[in-house]
Design a protein around this ligand. Structure first.
Ligand SMILES: Cc1ncc(COP(=O)(O)O)c(C=O)c1O
Length: 374
């Protein structure tokens, strides 16, 4: 059987990884500043994470959501404390798209409405409602196009004020746009969103799937703006590679039996992985490291005259390359053995582990300077 050929692949086969490093099947070593798309939060194969998952696997990998699972309560407790949302409720699922799909459903259940406001360049995943709220017509099938979604220009206060009314169920926005090329929403814009949602009885959904779990130096990127959205979605960094996602739901929103559900969400292994991630973030001060190394890297990038629009927060960094240097990302990988991310048309995204060191970032900066001078 052939694989369904949807992914453009590098000719590379990683077989082992540790911290910020990956080894391929030929024994070559690569620096990972992409984290498998912002997923590797605490570093590859962190010993505490490996031990927690191994121990859990030896006890019990899975049972369904029809029985008591105290690991879910432990996770909710720890997540609430570390994120600053102890009074919220947690719904567990298995991916970012699923988290957004469930948040959109909750907003629609609560308001009895179906219109959603999203923003240009947004990416919220590929399930039905999540992809309808994604600003990329190429990945929206006719089947997904029936949702009532209005796209507004990002950071445009006037457009928002004109669009908001009593028909809006939810406004969904990323803490920092990732796939859209590391676009940071203005703090004032987020505050206006919160205020307008309150005024019109709509729910605000903060998609922190990529920007959450400490990546920006705060637990969630929207916390720079001081807002408290009713719904917050998360996934990528949550399990450090174990597929897990979640929705934080405001304490005033009442659940009813069967309102949401999933077979795999919150299973024993997913909880063990997510708990281990939070423990390492806390014990090793990884949010502080993300803030510190992010500032260091961004300041160094700003000194390089060929780079445009160096932007981001913490370890979620983007910059634009001039047209003459489109090949740089490929060369970084193939010649310098450094993984980075990209965004169209010509941006590089850095999404390393939150434990990345200054020495590792320096290796990248030296390689980048070499590429820019050739
Ligand atoms: C902001 C954001 N939301 C949602 C998703 C979808 O997550 P998943 O691929 O786990 O469904 C992504 C994935 O890139 C994302 O960046």
């Amino acid at each position: 059987m052939n694989l369904f050929d949807v992914y453009p692949l590098f000719s590379l086969t990683p077989v082992k990884a540790l911290g910020s490093w990956i080894w391929d099947d030929k024994g070559d070593k690569y620096l990972d500043l992409y984290g498998g798309h912002a997923v590797i939060s605490i570093g590859h194969s962190h010993p505490h994470y490996v031990q927690a998952l191994t121990e859990q696997l030896g006890k019990m990998a899975f049972y369904s959501n029809s029985v008591q699972n105290p690991l879910q309560e432990q996770l909710a407790e720890k997540l609430g404390a570390l994120s600053g949302y102890p009074d919220y409720q947690l719904f567990l699922c298995s991916s970012g798209a699923e988290a957004n799909e469930n948040a959109l459903k909750v907003a629609s259940f609560v308001t009895g409405r179906k219109k959603v406001i999203a923003f240009t360049k947004a990416f919220h995943g590929r399930t039905s409602g999540a992809v309808a709220a994604t600003d990329n017509p190429k990945i929206v099938a006719p089947y997904n196009a029936g949702h009532e979604v209005v796209f507004l220009p990002f950071n445009d206060e006037t457009a928002l004020l004109e669009a908001m009314d009593e028909s809006v169920a939810a406004v969904i926005i990323e803490g920092i746009q990732g796939v859209g090329g590391i676009q940071v929403p203005d703090d004032a814009f987020l505050r206006l969103l919160e205020q307008q949602c309150q005024k019109h009885g709509a729910l605000l959904i903060l998609d922190e799937v990529q920007s959450g779990h400490g990546r920006t130096g705060k637990f969630f990127a929207h916390q720079f703006a001081g807002i408290r959205p009713q719904l917050i979605t998360m996934a990528k960094g949550m399990g450090n590679g174990f597929p897990v996602g979640g929705v934080l739901i405001h304490g005033d929103i009442k659940a009813w039996s069967g309102m949401l559900g999933t077979t795999f969400g919150g299973n024993h292994l997913a909880c063990a992985a997510s708990l281990a991630v939070l423990e390492v973030i806390e014990q090793e001060g990884l949010m502080e490291n993300a803030a510190q190394q992010g500032t260091y890297c961004m300041e160094a990038l700003k000194q390089l005259p060929l780079l445009q629009n160096v932007r981001g927060r913490g370890l979620m960094i983007g910059f634009d390359l001039p047209e003459t240097h489109r090949h740089v990302r490929n060369n970084l990988l193939m010649q310098h053995r450094i993984f980075t991310g990209e965004a169209k048309p010509n941006a590089i995204r850095l999404l390393p582990s939150l434990a990345v060191s200054q020495e590792e970032l320096d290796l990248f900066l030296v390689a980048l300077k070499t590429e820019l001078n050739t």
